[in-house]
Ligand binder design. Structure first.
Ligand code: AMP
Ligand code: GLY
Length: 423
């Protein structure tokens, strides 16, 4: 079949890498793609939310399946766009429809869903500009730290955690009254602070059946020891060593099952990935957030451990036959280290030549913010490349990635040297 992957990050390079190994994949396109996807697929330079251009491409190239990488097109309703168009409705879209995508698009929608289905999560209340005074009063009833979340999509920046009550009130005002995150902070969710270690759980679903992929842990902060600003993710490890079978069983029974059943009960059709951000509080998992897509860089460690034909799985998701698939997982650990442009996640320079990729042995370089220009591979984003390795232990895998990173270079290249430090 002819497949189109939407997106341009390490996640999408990993999708393309895995899809291209399938005998079921004939012509593979990535829009817009990066230098990594250019090696194994055809890149098409159109944006992920340009639905009209996507439609034209799908019809021109007789594309049978569209795999949506990032959340933006899902929240904007790309799946509904395909279903509502007679010339497109036969095409399989991997990613939920607009209504279910609100699980990521609106924190309040997600909290209401979690409460309705009795899924463990932090207590919360939500506020608007009109109820800001009530928000201050609610903050006064809580203990520090205070967790404030802009309701809508804010490019990963919408969560603010503060230790001081006055600062929390000022932040609430800035979000609601001064529209700090624009439209995204018209509503703000204030949550109970949960103290624990985080991990991510990835679930494939056809809306009725589900399969759980290996767990992963990502490292979100820019600085070693988990310090400094939040990023999209600086590295990841799979499996998560502290996720014992007993703990995984709790995740499945208390969180995954009620989530999938919740889609059915609420009449939310869902074909796609559910990324459940979890926190281990004592011995119990609680949900921090839902995302309606795979994580990045978690995909770069989760998919390499999947032994199945990925296209066969995607087809089963789309045909509602996921129950017939037997998921097979590589026993080895996989880790990835993200190379980023100096200055990221604040301002950074682009256009730096990346050298040494060909010298990499025994690791897989998944390209992210990297493009081909005049035959050279140059940086084009903050997160540039994720270096994934396998190992009998995660320590061994991490060591391999660091050894290979020694061979890579671009001006102002930065990476964390302590991925896995807390495990
Ligand atoms: P989110 O965008 O909802 O994933 O939040 C970003 C990060 O904020 C999470 O990965 C957590 O580290 C932190 N966080 C979010 N909600 C809470 C909470 N209720 N308690 C503690 N930390 C939280
Ligand atoms: N690595 C976190 C995310 O993809 O949102």
């Amino acid at each position: 079949m002819n497949i189109l992957v939407l997106g341009s990050g390490g996640r999408e390079h990993t999708f393309a890498w895995k899809i291209s190994q399938s005998p079921l994949s004939k012509n593979l396109y990535v829009a817009p793609g990066n230098s990594g996807t250019a090696e194994i697929a055809t890149n098409i330079n159109i944006g992920v939310t340009d639905f009209e251009a996507i439609k034209k491409l799908v019809l021109d190239k007789s594309i049978d399946m569209v795999v949506v990488g990032p959340e933006d097109p899902l929240v904007k309703g790309i799946h509904d766009y395909f279903l509502n168009d007679n010339t497109l409705k036969h095409v399989s879209v991997i990613g939920p429809q607009k209504e279910a995508a609100e699980l990521e698009g609106s924190k309040e929608f997600a909290k209401e869903f979690l409460y309705r289905h009795n899924i463990p999560t932090a207590a919360y209340e939500s506020f608007t500009k009109e109820t800001v005074e009530k928000g201050y009063a609610f903050l006064e009833t809580l203990n520090a730290p205070y967790v404030l979340k802009a309701d809508g999509l804010a490019a990963g920046k919408g969560v603010v955690i503060l230790n001081n009550l006055d600062e929390a009130k000022a932040e609430l005002k800035s979000m609601l009254v001064d529209a700090k995150f624009g439209e995204a902070s018209t509503k703000v969710v204030i949550e109970e602070f949960l103290d624990g270690i985080e991990l991510s759980c990835f679930v494939l679903t056809d809306g009725k059946n589900y399969k759980i992929l290996p767990t992963a842990k990502d490292y979100k902060r820019i600085g070693e020891g988990d310090t400094g600003l939040n990023t999209g993710g600086m590295g990841a490890v799979s499996p998560v060593p502290f996720a014992t079978d007993e703990f995984l069983n709790k995740i499945e029974e208390r969180i995954v099952k009620p989530t999938i059943n919740g889609f059915e009960k609420d009449n939310l059709p869902y074909v796609g990935f559910v990324f459940i951000g979890l926190i281990k509080v004592g011995d119990d998992p609680k949900v921090i957030e839902y995302n309606v897509r795979m994580g990045d860089p978690e995909t770069e460690v989760v998919l390499p451990r999947l032994k199945n034909d990925f296209v066969e799985i995607l087809q089963a998701m789309s045909n509602q036959t996921l129950d017939t698939i037997n998921i097979e997982i590589d026993e080895r650990a996989a880790t990835t280290i993200m190379l980023v442009s100096g200055g990221y996640p604040e301002t950074y320079e682009k256009g730096k030549e990346i050298s040494g990729i060909k010298a990499i042995q025994d690791s897989i370089p998944f390209h992210a913010g990297a493009q081909i220009q005049d035959g050279k591979i140059i940086t084009s984003g903050g997160r540039v490349m994720a270096i994934t390795s396998y190992g009998d232990t995660y320590q061994e895998a991490i060591k391999k990635s660091y050894q290979n990173i020694e061979k890579l270079h671009f001006d102002k290249m930065y990476y964390r040297k302590d991925i896995g430090f807390d495990l």
